[in-house]
Design a protein around this ligand. Structure first.
Ligand SMILES: Cc1cc2nc3c(=O)[nH]c(=O)nc-3n(C[C@H](O)[C@H](O)[C@H](O)COP(=O)(O)OP(=O)(O)OC[C@H]3O[C@@H](n4cnc5c(N)ncnc54)[C@H](O)[C@@H]3O)c2cc1C
Length: 393
């Protein structure tokens, strides 16, 4: 029997952040992952904001930044593009395009350097409570054993089972889970190779398609759809997108990533006796962009710090840990509200409305235009689109 103060299940960005901060807080920590190589395979377009990394105190490193993206290009169904640059507008998930396979490993290394014990290729298979602590059953290289811990941090990603084992409702309705498919491709010829690119409309029902440049002719080309809004799979939509897009005409995939992205917002209950849930497992994903690296690491930081405090005080009860839900709401959940509204607006627009909005805004100088002027423009081009916007606020 292995014993520890804090057991973090899942060594993605959220879990590694939790393990690092629990260790720095003085707790004895184990960070386990079922993967034999942390970060591989990736299920991510790999975009993060500069501001987000900065807030977490993470220095960008040439080992895991593949490309600095200085703007965003938004493309409507008929190909009309609106370009935004970071000096004009604050853009979420724009800044760096990472190499997640390297980034995730480095975040786990940071946790190890802080003092956490890392267990790779170790699958958590269940949990039970005994004498105020938790026993997690695990399996590694054909061997079965148990780990006894005062606190469990469930950072086991979008298909989380650990929260459910602890009695929390972490499973999601299909309308809150974006189904994603992505190729990493070479031979991509992007119009604006320094911009991350988004395509909206029926190309990806319920979501959007993206092209994130990784330097040279390499890019992550993918999309997310809501299966409630389309009969085709995300993979079929991706094949169509790649076949019809001039930038990918001569491109070849070197990797296929399929996965779910929980976009319904922060879950209400993140805490049980001895258990904290964080990252994708807790719905810490921007509902508009689907980005969850920075918010997951923020949640991990909060969970790790609190776990260490609770261990020091010897109180792992639901009552002691509940403050985590308030902290997550303030740090992460509140900012999601405006993104949820923006998303429902975006999804309410037809291809024609998206085209007319893009046409109206394609040459606009976002630096000098004010909200009143933008609304005037919207009234002129599509009163219906403005009405939909008005209903949300
Ligand atoms: C196609 C796609 C594109 C995306 N693009 C972006 C983007 O550009 N920018 C962005 O910020 N976000 C993006 N995201 C979201 C981002 O990938 C996630 O929000 C992020 O990885 C969440 O981190 P996490 O640590 O919570 O979970 P994960 O990174 O999923 O890590 C969970 C870990 O838990 C491990 N695990 C699971 N179950 C067990 C178990 N029983 N025992 C042991 N280990 C277990 C897994 O092996 C995994 O390593 C994208 C998602 C998808 C699907």
């Amino acid at each position: 029997m292995i014993e520890t103060d804090v057991l973090v299940i899942g060594a993605g960005p959220a879990g590694s952040s939790a393990a690092k901060y629990a260790t720095l807080g003085g707790a004895k920590v184990i960070l386990m992952d079922k993967k034999s190589e942390i970060g591989t395979p990736k299920r991510c377009a790999e975009g993060v904001s500069k501001e987000g990394l900065e807030k977490l105190g993470i220095e960008p490193s040439g080992r895991w930044v593949t490309k600095e993206a200085t703007g965003v290009r938004m493309v409507s169904p008929n190909g009309t593009a609106v370009n935004l640059t970071e000096d004009k507008v604050k853009l979420p998930e724009a800044g760096y395009v990472l190499e997640r396979k390297v980034f995730d490993k480095h975040m786990a290394m940071d946790a190890a350097r802080a003092g956490a014990k890392i267990m790779v290729k170790t699958l958590a298979t269940g949990l039970r409570r005994e004498d105020g602590q938790v026993l997690v059953s695990a399996e590694s290289m054909g061997e079965e054993f148990e780990i006894k811990s005062k606190i469990i941090i469930a950072a086991d990603g979008p298909e989380s089972r650990v929260g459910r084992w602890a009695g929390l409702k972490t499973s999601l309705k299909p309308k809150n889970m974006e189904s994603c498919a992505q190729f990493e491709m070479s031979g991509v010829n992007m119009e604006e190779p320094d911009c991350i690119e988004f395509h909206f409309g029926s190309v990806a029902p319920g979501g959007y398609a993206w092209m994130f440049p990784k330097g040279d002719d390499i890019a992550n080309v993918g999309l997310g759809v809501l299966t409630t809004l389309t009969d085709k799979s995300a993979y079929q939509h991706l094949l169509d997108f790649v076949a019809n897009n001039p930038s990918t005409k001569n491109a070849q995939p070197v990797e296929l990533n399929i996965g779910g992205d929980p976009v319904g917002g922060l879950l209400k209950k993140l805490v049980a006796d001895n258990v904290l849930v964080t990252g994708d497992a807790a719905g810490m994903v921007n509902p508009l962009t689907g980005g969850g690296i920075i918010s997951g690491m923020t949640g991990g930081l909060l969970a790790g710090k609190l776990a260490a405090q609770a261990v020091a005080e010897g109180d792992f009860s639901h009552k002691r840990l509940k403050v985590y839900e308030k902290q997550c709401e303030e740090e992460i959940g509140e900012s999601f509200q405006k993104y949820l509204k923006a998303k429902s607006y975006l999804l309410s627009l037809s291809d024609e409305e998206l085209d007319s909005i893009a046409t109206a805004f394609k040459d606009i100088n976002f630096e000098s235009v004010d909200t009143k002027e933008m609304i005037k423009k919207l009234v002129k081009i599509s009163p219906k689109a403005l009405l939909k916007l008005g209903k949300l606020f």
